[in-house]
Design a protein around this ligand. Structure first.
Ligand SMILES: C[S@@+](CC[C@H](N)C(=O)[O-])C[C@H]1O[C@@H](n2cnc3c(N)ncnc32)[C@H](O)[C@@H]1O
Length: 206
């Protein structure tokens, strides 16, 4: 998906995103962020923060920067920051494929939920993420991946063109992503036995 169509699609979603997706996405976001063990003083980057479903979960003694391509999605995130007085959090309009605003090793932890199948080049994003995260920092990815079941995987591939029209691709495989991104995985699992979403906890070896 190119950046212009992504912006258009997520501008349309922005007002209804929480109503449509919160009940599916929020339990995984909360689980992953709690499992991340954010410590006092940690610098956290939330890539593709969207409407900021994750924002209320961050402890108040860390500092968080959320970035997103969509100004409309960020408007919702900014409202949450104001309404809930989340002064430890800032959000910025930025392309995850170009994090040059941040020097190397700027963050202790990076959180990326429901984004790697939306960006046009997930590997470029991960390259940038690894650069801006410090050595041995934590990188957590929550995402839907193509099923490893042959039939379901083929269905995922088949529906990919339609899926892209509504905001994400459905043909990205878990192992293909992990290998392509060069992630050193500490743990990976799904919250339920049968689930669409995986959580990947990786260490930023560099
Ligand atoms: C499905 S939403 C996920 C939002 C949030 N992380 C969540 O879990 O609810 C995908 C988000 O990725 C953002 N996005 C897509 N491409 C991007 C890019 N290249 N750089 C930054 N954000 C991007 C979209 O604007 C959208 O807000």
């Amino acid at each position: 998906m190119d950046s212009e169509s992504t912006k258009k699609i997520y501008a349309l979603y922005s007002d209804v995103y929480d109503a449509l997706f919160k009940r599916f996405f929020f339990p995984r976001i909360r689980h992953a962020l709690l499992a991340l063990n954010i410590e006092p003083g940690d610098r956290v980057l939330d890539v593709g923060v969207g409407t900021g479903l994750s924002l209320p979960i961050y402890p108040r003694d860390c500092s968080v920067i959320g970035i997103d391509l969509s100004a409309k999605m960020l408007k919702q995130a900014k409202q949450k920051i104001i309404d809930q007085q989340l002064s430890h959090i800032k959000v910025m309009e930025m392309d995850a494929m170009d994090l040059s605003a941040f020097p190397d090793d700027s963050f202790d932890k990076v959180f990326i939920s429901h984004v790697v199948s939306v960006v046009s080049d997930p590997y470029r994003v991960m390259q940038e993420v690894k650069r801006v995260c410090r050595r041995d920092g934590d990188v957590v990815v929550v995402n839907h991946f193509r099923s490893s079941n042959k039939v379901l995987g083929t269905i995922g591939n088949f529906f990919n063109p339609i899926s892209k029209r509504i905001g994400w691709r459905s043909d990205l495989g878990l192992n293909e992503f992990i290998n392509g991104a060069g992630l050193v995985v500490r743990e990976k699992y799904m919250l339920k036995k049968i689930d669409f979403w995986h959580m990947i906890f990786a260490v930023n070896v560099k």
